[in-house]
Design a protein around this ligand. Structure first.
Ligand code: C2E
Ligand code: MG
Ligand code: MG
Ligand code: MG
Length: 282
């Protein structure tokens, strides 16, 4: 409050800030309600290999609010974290993704885990309980974590990651290259896969720096025995450049936008899918 900040200062009244806060509260209230009502859903984005064969899917949560329209998970996941809803949101997305993954036994299903989720000491038990209840084997599931999680001070994160790895889950580093400059964590954690961030892919062919970074990440991955996948691949040119430096897996609008589980079923069955609005190219 203004009082606590001392006499010499004035509280700055910013109506725009007020509006932002109000909107956030509104979003949180609506999110809580819609989450309880089961109104959120999952979409899946194919991960493909060199010849565009689907090898995995990434589960992405979607919220189409009656009040606010479609809200990005980049917005509402942090909001859920802020107001103590992440456990419920996480349980919902994991359960739904695990259930759906049973439809595609040959695919790896990747799920996103936020830093806050992993900070919870009960997380490994909770995710294992969901796997048991849904009948999913952890070996078919990949947990996507961002670099920030691994830099987290204390041994908590590394103990939990080791437990998850021991239980059979595989671990991927999401948005690789955007987080921290220290790479020492790569050898300290049981990481199986690196996901090159979209920002590098976008700049390929436009900045020499991006090209060099991407091929360095690939070399790093190779020498550490990790798989490397590029995210956010939108154009054939980007894909050709990636392939030229030895990147054999990618994810992005070029192959497919995130689509419903039903569309993944059809791609999985080998059907040629041409969804309206060019959602999936198989
Ligand atoms: P992410 O894990 O890095 O997911 C990739 C994001 O890039 C997705 O956005 C996806 O729709 C988008 N994308 C994929 N291909 C392309 C492309 O070719 N071009 C462009 N421009 N974008 C592409 P989305 O679905 O909005 O998700 C944003 C972030 O929200 C995710 O980033 C992830 O960190 C988080 N998130 C999504 N679902 C969940 C969830 O179920 N749980 C948690 N904890 N976080 C989630
Ligand atoms: Mg991800
Ligand atoms: Mg990513
Ligand atoms: Mg991202």
């Amino acid at each position: 409050s203004a009082k606590r900040e001392g006499r010499a200062r004035f509280a700055i009244y910013d109506p725009a800030m007020d509006e932002t806060l109000r909107r956030r509260r509104g979003l949180q209230v609506a999110l809580r309600r819609d989450l309880q009502a089961g109104a959120l859903h999952m979409v899946y984005q194919p991960q493909v290999d060199r010849d565009c064969t689907m090898t995995g899917v990434e589960a992405l949560v979607r919220w189409d609010s009656d009040e606010f329209g479609p809200v990005s998970p980049a917005v509402f996941v942090p909001l859920a974290e802020e107001c103590g809803m992440i456990e419920a949101l996480g349980a919902f997305t994991l359960r739904r993704a695990f259930e759906d993954s049973l439809r595609w036994p040959d695919l790896k299903t990747a799920v996103n885990i936020s830093a806050l989720q992993l900070r919870d000491p009960g997380f490994p038990d909770r995710i294992l309980a969901i796997a048991a209840e849904t009948g999913v084997s952890p070996s078919g599931i990949e947990l996507e974590l961002t670099e920030g999680v691994l830099i987290d001070r204390g041994k908590g994160a590394s103990t939990r990651l080791a437990a998850l790895k021991d239980a059979g889950f595989s671990i991927a580093i999401d948005d690789f290259g955007t987080g921290y400059s220290s790479l020492s964590y790569l050898s300290r954690f049981p990481i199986g896969k690196i996901k090159i961030d979209r920002s590098f892919v976008v700049d390929m062919g436009r900045s020499q720096c991006a090209d060099v970074l991407v091929s360095s990440i690939l070399q790093l991955g190779r020498s550490l025995n990790m798989r490397v996948i590029a995210e956010g691949v939108e154009t054939p040119d980007q894909w050709l450049r990636l392939a030229a430096v030895g990147c054999n897996e990618f994810q992005g609008y070029l192959a497919s936008r995130p689509v419903s589980a039903d569309v993944i079923d059809r791609i999985y069955a080998g059907e040629r899918v041409e969804v309206v609005g060019q959602d999936a190219r198989f």
